[in-house]
Design a protein around this ligand. Structure first.
Ligand code: URA
Length: 191
């Protein structure tokens, strides 16, 4: 990547992505969903990949799972959504919302890393198993590692449950788990 060894700007990362055709997901997508939010956010969220609403609008986390995430940020942590930065492992919608495949994840990795380098958040929050496994470099069990501090290249990382999972398993335990993880992340991001 052109920004190797230095901190890029988000615009530079977006520009390098271009109208990407680096993997097969480009064939089924309508819109690239790069990510959005405060370019100097203290908190950066990483989800899995765009769903249907995201693919239509070009914005991350705007479908049902997104509404829950937005609520958790605004009512749970108590900060406006646009104060944080939100992105995904892959920037194009996988067909039928399947999990992204290893070559798709690999093709998109430089752009996720570029976003993390550009924003340089104080804390990263991963949403669900794929994002936590990717950034920790091992196959994790999300229900075991959620709520425990991890490290990504020197940045404290808090893995939590994916909001789509919480919607499917809408239990007091799961809702409390995410709420607690987000509060811990917010607390730590304030130094
Ligand atoms: N919307 C996103 O942008 N990412 C997800 O992981 C799920 C829904």
């Amino acid at each position: 990547v052109p920004w190797a060894g230095r901190r890029p700007g988000l615009e530079e990362v977006r520009e390098h992505l271009g109208e990407c055709t680096r993997c097969g997901l480009c064939q089924g997508r309508r819109t690239i969903v790069f990510g959005e939010g405060n370019p100097e956010a203290d908190l950066l969220f990483v989800g899995e990949g765009p769903g249907e609403q995201e693919d239509r609008t070009g914005r991350p986390f705007v479908g049902r799972a997104g509404e829950l995430l937005t609520q958790m940020i605004e009512k749970g942590i108590g900060i406006p959504r646009d104060e944080v930065y939100i992105c995904n492992i892959v920037k194009c919608r996988p067909p039928q919302n399947r999990n992204p495949l290893p070559p798709e994840v690999a093709a998109c990795r430089p752009f996720l890393d570029g976003q993390i380098q550009a924003v340089a958040p104080r804390v990263i929050v991963t949403l669900g198993k794929p994002a936590a496994s990717l950034l920790l470099g091992r196959d994790i069990a999300i229900t075991r590692v959620r709520g425990t501090w991890q490290d990504y290249q020197g940045i404290p990382l808090m893995p939590t449950l994916h909001p789509a999972y919480v919607l499917r398993q809408y239990t007091p335990e799961n809702r409390r788990a995410v709420w607690e993880d987000l509060r811990a992340a917010h607390e730590r991001s304030r130094g």
